[in-house]
Design a protein around this ligand. Structure first.
Ligand SMILES: C[S@@+](CC[C@H](N)C(=O)[O-])C[C@H]1O[C@@H](n2cnc3c(N)ncnc32)[C@H](O)[C@@H]1O
Length: 282
């Protein structure tokens, strides 16, 4: 049973969640742990401990990625007047979820959350589907055509109007042989003109620097525990947004993308692992 969790892993349990694999760490559960969440199993805690041995500041990465997502959703709702969000690999419900950020500005904003982790789906259905404009879909983001054809997606989003496609901290879980560049190109092709793409991704500058050494250690740790995970160069990450107009300040470490104010402490190597960019389809 997950510590402090409402969800068990035994299908016969009253609150059981068939499909939850407790023999392997889950990206969603460990990321949520880094954000201070409570729904995790021993196997997740073990991975968390190993990650903290490699980088005691690792939670700062998850926190920075999450703050970036919130800033971008707020910007898109407020300034770009986007009112439809497809949040792929949305993760476990947390303090500030996409619909809360967007609907604070526009109560009519529609958010479709997509994930393939059964715990995310169960908690999402319980905690995120708060109103008629918020939906949770169980699907695999590696199949964009199937995802766009999903009845909830096609019914809830108007594909004749701009949509924000969110790929926040997801594409680094797509392996090279699954062709993330083609995958993103297909998403971009399917989106209506005027749509936005949010992309955040683990980065390895691959330049022999301290940041690169850290990125390689984190990648090796991810791959050994979860079997997938890639830190990619800025050029590789940027290539996933081909055909889009990239908004200022471009693809940068997420803390440098329109931060909320000046830094009070010097940047750490971990601050250069999570990069993000926002593109607009002309
Ligand atoms: C690191 S979390 C990111 C959560 C959130 N997007 C954010 O940036 O705060 C990655 C999420 O992507 C989901 N995910 C990974 N691969 C996926 C796939 N192929 N299909 C659907 N979801 C996936 C995981 O289950 C997890 O919830």
């Amino acid at each position: 049973m997950a510590e402090n969790s409402r969800v068990g892993n035994d299908p016969s349990d009253e609150l059981g969640l068939p499909g939850v694999d407790t023999t392997k760490p889950s990206v969603a559960r460990v990321y949520d742990m880094m954000l201070g969440g409570k729904d995790h199993y021993e196997v997740d805690r073990e991975f968390y401990r190993r990650t903290m041995e490699i980088e005691p500041n690792a939670p700062l990465l998850a926190q920075a990625l999450r703050r970036w997502l919130i800033r971008v959703v707020r910007y898109l709702t407020t300034t770009a007047k986007i009112d439809q969000f497809l949040d792929c690999g949305s993760g476990l419900p947390t303090a500030e979820n996409t619909h809360q950020v967007a609907q604070r500005v526009n109560p009519e904003a529609t958010v479709v959350y997509v994930d393939k982790d059964p715990m995310v789906i169960a908690h999402g259905r319980a905690l995120l589907e708060e109103n008629d404009h918020t939906h949770v879909v169980a699907a695999d983001l590696r199949y964009p055509d199937d995802l766009f054809a999903h009845p909830v997606v096609s019914r809830s989003l108007d594909f004749d109007r701009p949509i924000a496609l969110m790929q926040c901290a997801t594409i680094h879980h797509v392996e090279d042989d699954e062709n993330p560049r083609e995958l993103m190109a297909r998403y971009i092709e399917l989106l209506p003109a005027g749509s936005y793409v949010l992309l955040s991704h683990f980065c390895d500058p691959d330049d022999g620097s301290e940041v690169s050494t850290l990125a390689k250690a984190m990648e090796a740790n991810l791959r050994s525990a979860i079997g997938r995970g890639r830190c990619r160069t800025p050029a590789e990450i940027e290539s996933y947004l081909t055909g889009l107009e990239i908004l200022d300040p471009g693809l940068v470490p997420v803390n440098e993308w329109w931060p909320e104010g000046p830094r009070l402490a010097p940047a750490l190597p971990i601050d250069f692992i999570g990069w993000g960019a926002v593109g607009r389809k002309p």
